[in-house]
Design a protein around this ligand. Structure first.
Ligand SMILES: [Zn+2]
Length: 526
């Protein structure tokens, strides 16, 4: 099947779900563009029609993508290679033990301290940094993700749409994609629309029926258990949520508003866990939860999602004074990253260096140390330390991206070439990652391969919600006499794939009245 990614992607086992979703022809541009149009032109069925009629899986995928790329464009997705690697791996592990392991999923961490998690159409599952932070163990995070995975595999979202009023359905779908934001990029309007989009998603969650929630709990706990986590983690996290809402006095966090924790819910989760353990013996230990690594990841998410990471320095110092031994390392890790981002380089290097030296080859420490060194213009030291690790851990994308960053920072042409070689195999596997594409673009710029750099920049534009820029860059690239035969063929194919969607976007630009009629334009204060 011809597809956007089939030009380059060789699905790997690790990223099978990620790669698979690119085998669909509909893809990114529809999602970036067609949501509103679809919403406008959708033939709204009579009430009572089936979920399959109201939204096809392709439409679901499109709406989900539209939302995802808009979130990313507006900075709501933490595009950190280390965290992305972590949440994807955890998510795919759960999906592999779900009832629909072949379903496409995209897992991402949302830059927000609110305690929330949500599923959007098309298998997009977002987990807020704030929810990660509340979880004490990896299985608690996995419990929430398993629940959201179950909402997707059971098609609860589509069924929720089905229940909505005819008149509100297209608006909710359009807001979900916050599509109008692509047309009017003034900051305030964009924020307002995004907030509406978030609201729309939460509205969807509210509209899940009690039966849906019960089913998601039941199926989610099964997924948790089969993956190798303690099934009681769901009940544990429910209790933690309830305590949290009692403790902070600010009313329940968003997740609790959509997932009320009742005594019945907790006891049912408990009973289900007990029954699973009794009735279904674990045949093999598939995965061993890694709470130490989880603690590092949640602190990384905490710091990277902070508006002013430097402001966390004082918090970390205070927490370190009162901590037990078990939490010391992860708190130091958070402090080290916060110090580096707060430009307190000397202390950041001291703390992260000590962590890395005490646990040789532990990648979160090594990568954070390299980043701190880069922030302090010590790219040569960073590259020297990472080089043997890249040999040792050839499958680590975050490690390779960090290493390439250190090489590129040297501003030496030969190192640019080396960085491009390090990243090239990754481009085949996870070309959908704009952080990787940007690193690859910079490496190629430095090495003097401007044509390849331009192509990578176009991919960045594409995956961050700027399809017009992407198209313009690809066309400019085709005009260059230097472009190689193979690259020309590849770029021409890409342009051919993108063109119909760009045309669709332009058609909509010329005829915004349909959108206005539906009350979807920025001007009428949606
Ligand atoms: Zn739910």
């Amino acid at each position: 099947m011809e597809s956007f990614r089939s030009l380059k992607v060789q699905p790997s086992i690790t990223f099978a779900h990620q790669a698979m979703k690119f085998s669909k022809p509909a893809l990114i541009f529809l999602l970036l563009t067609a949501g509103l149009t679809q919403a406008a032109e959708i033939n709204l069925p009579e009430m009572g029609s089936s979920a399959a009629e109201i939204l096809t899986p392709e439409e679901e995928d499109r709406y989900g993508r539209q939302m995802f790329y808009e979130y990313r464009r507006l900075g709501y997705v933490i595009d950190d290679p280390m965290l992305a690697d972590y949440i994807e791996a955890l998510g795919y592990r759960l999906v592999a033990h779900s009832e629909r392991p072949e379903q496409d999923f995209t897992f991402f961490i949302v830059r927000s301290n609110d305690i929330n998690a949500f599923a959007a159409p098309g298998g997009f599952v977002g987990v807020n940094a704030g929810l990660m932070y509340l979880a004490r163990r990896e299985d608690e995070l996995a419990a929430v993700m398993g629940h959201e995975v179950a909402h997707v595999t059971q098609r609860h979202l589509v069924r929720a749409y089905e229940k909505m009023q005819k008149s509100t359905l297209p608006i909710a779908l359009a807001m979900l994609g916050a599509l109008v934001a692509t047309r009017n990029t003034s900051g305030d309007a964009t924020q307002a629309i995004l907030a509406s989009g978030m609201g729309a998603i939460q509205q969807q969650q509210i509209n899940f029926t009690r039966h849906n929630e019960y089913e998601a709990d039941r199926i989610g706990i099964g997924i948790l258990y089969r993956t190798g986590f303690a099934p009681v983690a769901a009940a544990d996290f429910f209790k933690r949520l309830a305590n949290e809402s009692r403790a902070n006095g600010e009313g329940p966090p968003p997740y609790l508003r959509t997932h009320p924790v009742t005594i019945t819910r907790v006891s049912e989760a408990h009973e289900r866990a007990d029954r699973l353990m009794e009735e279904t013996p674990v045949t093999e230990s598939i995965y061993r939860p890694d709470d130490a690594n989880f603690a590092l990841m949640k602190h990384r998410a905490r710091v990277l999602s902070a508006d002013a990471p430097g402001a966390l320095i004082a918090d970390y110092r205070r927490e370190l004074k009162n901590t037990d031994e078990a939490s010391r390392q992860s708190l130091q890790y958070g402090l080290g990253i916060a110090l580096s981002l707060g430009a307190e380089h000397e202390e950041a290097l001291r703390i992260l260096g000590a962590l890395a030296d005490a646990s040789p080859g532990q990648l979160p420490f090594e990568i954070a140390l390299a980043e701190a060194r880069l922030a302090n213009r010590q790219h040569a030291e960073a590259a020297r330390r990472l080089a043997p690790l890249v040999e040792q851990f050839p499958d680590s994308a975050p490690l390779k991206i960090a290493f390439a960053g250190a090489l590129t920072a040297s501003a030496e042409k030969a190192k640019g070439r080396q960085a491009a070689e390090v990243l090239r195999p990754l481009i085949n596997k996870r070309g959908y990652d704009p952080t990787l594409q940007l690193a690859f673009a910079r490496a190629n710029e430095l090495s003097g391969d401007e044509d390849r750099a331009l192509e990578a920049h176009a991919e960045v534009a594409l995956y961050t919600g700027r399809p017009f820029d992407a198209m313009e860059q690809l066309k400019r690239l085709l005009e260059r006499p230097s472009i190689s035969y193979y690259q020309r063929a590849r770029v021409e194919a890409r342009v051919a794939e993108i063109t119909p969607f760009i045309l669709e976007l332009e058609r909509r630009r010329m005829h915004p009245e349909t959108d206005q009629r539906l009350g979807l334009s920025v001007n009428n204060g949606m």
